[in-house]
Design a protein around this ligand. Sequence first.
Ligand SMILES: Cc1cc2nc3c(=O)[nH]c(=O)nc-3n(C[C@H](O)[C@H](O)[C@H](O)COP(=O)(O)OP(=O)(O)OC[C@H]3O[C@@H](n4cnc5c(N)ncnc54)[C@H](O)[C@@H]3O)c2cc1C
Length: 548
Amino acid sequence: MAFFQTPPELGNTFDDDRMLRSYLARKLPGDARAPIERELREAGAISGGPLYRRSLVEGRDEPKLVPWDAWGHRVDRIELSPLWREAQKIAAERGVVGAAYERKFGEWSRVLQFSLVYVLEPSWHVYSCPLAMTDGAARTLVASGNAALVERALPRLTSRDPEKAWTSGQWMTERTGGSDVAISETIARPDGDKFRLYGTKWFSSATTSQMALTLARPEGNPPGGSGLALFYLEVADNNVFVNRLKDKLGTRMVPTAELTLDGTLAVPVMGLRDGIKHISPMLTTTRTWNAVCAAAGMHRALTLAADYAKKRVQFGSALAEKPLHVDTLGWCVAETWGAFLLAYRAVELIGKEEARTLTEEDASLLRLLVPIAKLTTGKQGVAVASEALEAFGGAGYIEDTGLPRMLRDAQVLPIWEGTTNVLSLDVLRVLARGGSLEPLAREIARCAASTKDASLRGAMETATRALEHAGQWILAHAGDKSTVEQGARRFALTLGRATELALLCEHAQWALDHEKDARFAAAARTLARTVIDQIQDVPFEDARALLD
Ligand SMILES: Cc1cc2nc3c(=O)[nH]c(=O)nc-3n(C[C@H](O)[C@H](O)[C@H](O)COP(=O)(O)OP(=O)(O)OC[C@H]3O[C@@H](n4cnc5c(N)ncnc54)[C@H](O)[C@@H]3O)c2cc1C
């Protein structure tokens, strides 16, 4: 009875990341590469070392709500986990939000910033959540042109000083709904040149933040989305009451709360109408974070599973020698690298937009890519986390291995910041507002033009054909709103998976040419063997019948 299984281990999470390093080598201009890699290597040492070890030990150290002090005063204090307090410090000092706004590397600043997110995220218990909203709030304030608010909040939201740095909440969801926020019930009553807000916010994930952006309906405004305004508020001593913390499946270190606003002083960010429209930079940002974090989580789950496969011996040899196990993990790699490239394509374009080097064509591509990347990678994140857990057998189901958390945390990716269905409908809305599939067709054609190797031809054709099929389908049903709506998820996932495959072929060609590395080509072929084209006409009566 002397056997003890060696657990999986992590190294430097930057150095060990084949995809990220190859991508940076391909994309970054010469003078930016060394300093960016240096920062990521430092972050990778923290993430794969002390932070990862703490995340295993402190996995049950959840936030606590202290509603009253010893003398009966209502305090609504939330005590964060020690790991989260450490994450706050690391995030500020390393510029995990700030690097994007410092623009030290021009249009590549976003690649640096999101790579910091990607390297650190799986080791700090979803601290990305408040950071994503902080980044989103900063971008929204900048886009609003509200100089007073920019002057007050931006230096704090982007600060590298942990003592000065702020985070921001995004309070949109109410009991009425998170998808259909147009029916929100919070009202705003004028109070001098400010407003006082009254209502309940049903999900607030960054409750310990210093500020929030939120939606409320100024009294007298009409119902519906256009009658909502976007407000800025600071949380301390401002009639914000924490009703309770949510008891969640995952993201358990994130203090998600239900709040009552009872006369909370707030300032309109941009007029007194069209709040949903004005908060859209926030959503573009948080959805991109979601996609990058999905790829990061997949990569972490896979890295641990691959390491374990070398150590775990069953039926006479390591799992890494078993053809079926290798086949299973190979699929995980292909999904992960596809997700990475799709998420990073959105990141690149956001970087260009902020550096004002974005072309009109790129801008229309970005509008489509963000919802597509969020919804596609969210689904992949859950599937790969689930498969990776299974790759550990029973150990994958046991809490103190730290493994089950990966699946629970992944399950939020397709839900918050817009569910898969809601984002699929968003893709249709982009098309209806004068968009077309042309930007994606150009993107896939660009990838096809650079993919020359015969071993990649079939995979590239699969991507091209899937996009063409999606285009034919949407055209054929142009006048049939309900058929298009019913098929929107299959349509959007086809666009996402086809784009991933094309980007993977493009990268594979580059890696063959410049790194003599055939692994990305193998990944592209593997991805091409999965279901890329999901377009189908499913009779509505069939679905209906199943629910009756
Ligand atoms: C851990 C966590 C943290 C969160 N943090 C925050 C936060 O900080 N701030 C915040 O504002 N919100 C937050 N949310 C809320 C989150 O954004 C919403 O839960 C999400 O947007 C979905 O809204 P809902 O819960 O109202 O679901 P619903 O809108 O009721 O959706 C239910 C189902 O119906 C589907 N559906 C909805 N509309 C349609 C349609 N038209 N056609 C087809 N299908 C449809 C959805 O896809 C989903 O499957 C958080 C949620 C979670 C789980």
